[in-house]
Unconditional design. Structure first.
Length: 335
């Protein structure tokens, strides 16, 4: 099946290469541009001292600007609950104040940034509750690294979301040589993931290459166990029969409780820049329509979007993302 996918994709690409002039046309832009704005970026993490990165927007054809053109002389204040702090520039665009105590669950944080050349930019977040999770068990099943994740009941904002990231590695012998490979696709068929915008295939929800699987925190009013597993894209075209003595080399699971801003920004990034194709777990049959979807997504990724996509921003008077999260890390290393 993999051969036909590759041949089909090559035929489509060759056709497009032959018609490249269809997609190239230079147009002189003569319209007005939007004014440059302050750009604020921050992930406010429970248990950490907050910091804010400040840059500015600029029109795409400016040759005297660059993405890391930081603003070093802005005036920043941060109000945490009833206490106001002034933030000073540190480096790489970051502003902070070491006298600010570590952030606590449910803190209300307001940020105000001003500069003579730009409009004042503001953002506010109510931080999520503290998430608690642990890996209850893990094992190999037909080349999948399967694990059960236990999560405590959650207390936080009603619209918070839970995000799960996992990564692993397997080791084995192949022709008497030791080999390792990454487990880089996370799957689950737990119904909680149907309540968020996760990719889905063959009844499984999943995310590729280090992404996050989401579900609403409102489903965590009671403790819950969720089964997930890691798979490898290489197993779509290799056989386990090629290997012997397969073992788990490492497993790392990262769980976050995050505000809606994290979820909405991540989803807008995926919609704007990432292909939507998700392969079925290795060893499961795939439907033919998935093959065509994969080809179309690859073509779209190479050509770029033909219409603009909006990336989520929650900064008033400016651009950027100011979000809140709490985290729990479960790491197991066997090498």
């Amino acid at each position: 099946m993999q051969k036909y996918r590759i041949y089909g994709l090559l035929m489509v690409l060759m056709t497009l290469v032959g018609c490249r002039d269809m997609f190239i046309r230079e147009i002189d832009f003569e319209g007005e541009t939007e004014p440059e704005m302050l750009v604020l970026t921050s992930t406010l993490e429970v248990g950490q001292t907050p910091e804010i990165q400040v840059s500015h927007s600029f029109f795409f054809n400016r040759t005297d600007k660059r993405p890391d053109d930081w603003i070093t002389d802005a005036q920043l204040t941060m109000r945490i609950n009833s206490q106001t702090y002034t933030l000073a520039y540190r480096d790489s665009g970051f502003y902070t104040n070491p006298s600010i105590p570590p952030l606590a669950p449910r803190d209300t944080v307001q940020v105000v940034a001003s500069h003579p050349k730009y409009a004042t930019a503001t953002a506010q977040q109510i931080l999520p509750g503290q998430i608690k999770a642990q890996v209850a068990s893990y094992e190999l099943q037909s080349g999948w690294l399967v694990f059960d994740l236990d999560l405590d009941a959650y207390q936080g904002n009603p619209d918070d979301v839970i995000a799960i990231h996992a990564a692993g590695q397997l080791k084995a012998m192949m022709l008497d040589n030791p080999v390792t490979w990454d487990m880089n696709i996370l799957y689950s068929n737990d119904i909680v993931f149907a309540q968020a915008q996760n990719a889905e295939t063959e009844g499984y929800y999943g995310v590729m290459y280090g992404g996050l699987l989401y579900f609403p925190a409102s489903l965590m009013q009671q403790p819950r166990r969720i089964r997930l597993f890691l798979d490898s894209y290489r197993m779509q075209y290799e056989s386990l029969d090629w290997y012997k003595d397969i073992q788990i080399a490492s497993l790392e699971v990262y769980v976050m409780a995050c505000t809606q801003a994290v979820y909405r920004f991540d989803q807008s990034q995926r919609d704007a820049y990432e292909a939507k194709y998700l392969p079925a777990p290795s060893g499961l049959p795939t439907q033919d329509e998935n093959v065509m979807q994969e080809i179309m997504d690859e073509i779209q990724a190479m050509l770029g979007e033909q219409e603009p996509r909006l990336v989520y921003s929650n900064v008033d008077g400016g651009l950027g993302i100011v979000a809140g999260c709490s985290s729990s890390v479960c790491s197991y290393v066997f090498l």
